[in-house]
Write a protein that binds this ligand. Structure first.
Ligand code: HEM
Length: 185
């Protein structure tokens, strides 16, 4: 994945678990003190190694680490210059989800080798919807759960996410059932 994502993992691990944990993760991943280039593609295996080493260092299951990374994602993207792009994706949670493919495709110029996820929204009501998540990669469904939490922060919503139907056994994508309601003041 692009350096932008690996840098996000670094910033997340440092903010959540401290410099010392990140230093050991960096050694485990043999980064040799070389900083990530945000606009350069890296093998996916490196990102998975960073997550695995974070689990080993903290004792947390990978689902917790991936949820945490997802929760960190949109605030990070905003702070790295992508706030305008996210604002253009829509002012409500359902609209924003509907525009996620467009958002990622607009990154195509800056990241020509991008292999973005794809999302599809169905069964929309006033306070529920289903989110269909397609990816060329394995095991990132917990990150999507964290991403939904970060969108809850963004839109000031209480979000409840359930993985209704995981990918596998003839199903080519993960399907989430999501409930959302305004947060109480
Ligand atoms: C402007 C904000 C965003 C930027 C700049 C961005 C950028 C990226 C980049 C660079 C990747 C790595 C893909 C690759 O290297 O091939 C990625 C992956 C991903 N993005 Fe975004 N993204 C943004 C917002 C979001 C949001 C709001 C979601 C919410 C669901 C999302 C979901 C994902 C997921 C799940 C992946 C993992 C790749 C996969 O599933 O195969 N992104 N994004």
């Amino acid at each position: 994945m692009y350096g932008l994502v690996n840098q996000m993992v670094q910033d997340y691990v440092t903010a959540r678990h401290g410099e010392a944990v990140w230093a050991r993760v960096a050694i485990a991943a043999q980064l040799d003190g070389i900083p990530f280039v945000l606009s350069a593609p890296y093998p996916d295996s490196l990102t998975y190694t960073l997550v695995g080493a974070t689990c080993a260092e903290t004792g947390l299951p990978s689902s917790d680490v991936l949820i945490g990374i997802g929760h960190f994602f949109t605030g990070y993207a905003s702070s790295r210059g992508y706030e305008d792009l996210m604002r253009a994706a829509g002012g409500s949670f359902p609209l924003f989800l509907d525009n996620l493919d467009r958002l990622h495709s607009q990154l195509g110029n800056a990241f020509p080798e991008l292999r973005p996820p794809s999302f599809h929204v169905s069964h929309v009501t006033e306070d529920t919807l289903r989110l269909h998540y397609y990816s060329t990669r394995e095991g990132l469904a917990p990150m999507v759960i964290g991403l939904m939490q970060s969108l809850g922060d963004r839109f000031n919503l209480q979000i409840h996410v359930e993985l209704l139907a995981p990918r596998g056994d003839g199903q080519d994508h993960d399907e989430f059932a999501i409930r959302f309601a305004p947060r109480q003041a």
